[in-house]
Design a protein. Structure first.
Length: 271
């Protein structure tokens, strides 16, 4: 059977989520098709050469192990190692610059700027969200008033209007195939998720960003908010190690996701 190095930080404590439970479940099922070993992200570079592929899953924010992650990417690129998700992702894998690029290109994204001279391009608001370009898992995120925002914009930070959205919704894909959607009906409880039945327009919204990212293989999560006008706006496109909230699915839903991930990994190894 193919040998897979599964990268996860089982000790990482995420707000409102238990990463370790998800990876314990997934690896218990992937072992049916693959010879599998788990390792911490800080150990991946030293171990990866002995495996047919490296699967990066709930490894935590890269900021907590930036040097190790940079060394891993450099080694994988130099040796041509198979990494899932592939390291060519243009979204969160590469920082938050894509929010600026997509916003400027007219995609349905929360308006985003990174320069004080461009603040006039944002809709009028009393509150702004300031987040680092290299942030993750809300690290460094602040909500500030208009009199403070000019002092924080720039220096590697993005600024967005604080949108009074109805709810957040996430769309989960394996390769380019939609799997399921979950939403947080209560805006103040982001990780209390329930199943969501997307409309055709919802799915086309999400697929637009999956097409843009052009990853041939892998797991991606499109996070959006339902804006006051009823439209969906992109919050984040997670293409490095998206948490899957599998505990919010029923047994049939989890089984279907595992089957899709197995099939994707077999295709990835055969490519």
């Amino acid at each position: 059977m193919p040998r897979i190095l599964y990268v996860t930080d089982l000790a990482y404590e995420a707000r409102g989520r238990r990463y370790c439970d998800e990876d314990i479940f997934l690896t218990s099922r992937l072992r049916e098709d693959f010879d599998l070993a788990l390792c911490d992200p800080r150990d991946a570079t030293a171990l990866m050469d002995a495996f047919d592929a490296v699967v990066v899953r709930n490894s935590g924010p890269v900021l907590t192990h930036q040097d190790a992650y940079d060394a891993f990417r450099e080694r994988a690129t130099a040796t041509g190692a198979r990494v899932y998700n592939p390291l060519s992702g243009k979204a969160d894998m590469a920082g938050k610059q894509y929010l600026l690029d997509l916003s400027a290109a007219g995609y349905p994204v929360i308006p985003t700027v990174d320069n004080a001279d461009d603040l006039h391009r944002l809709p009028p608001t009393d509150r702004y969200v300031v987040k680092p370009k290299l942030g993750a898992d809300s690290m460094g995120l602040e909500i500030v008033t208009g009199d403070r925002v000019r002092d924080l914009v720039g220096e590697g930070a993005l600024v967005q209007p604080c949108v009074d959205f109805a709810y957040e919704v996430s769309f989960y894909f394996v390769d380019h195939d939609f799997q399921y959607a979950l939403y947080a009906p209560h805006p103040d409880r982001r990780w209390q998720l329930e199943p969501y039945e997307p409309t055709d327009d919802d799915l086309e919204f999400a697929r637009r960003f999956i097409r843009w990212n052009a990853l041939g293989h892998g797991i991606q999560r499109v996070d959006a908010c339902r804006a006051p006008g009823g439209e969906l706006l992109l919050v984040e496109l997670e293409d490095l190690n998206p948490y899957l909230s599998l505990d919010a699915l029923d047994d049939a839903g989890r089984d279907a996701f595992v089957a899709a991930m197995k099939a994707s990994l077999h295709r990835f190894l055969a490519a």
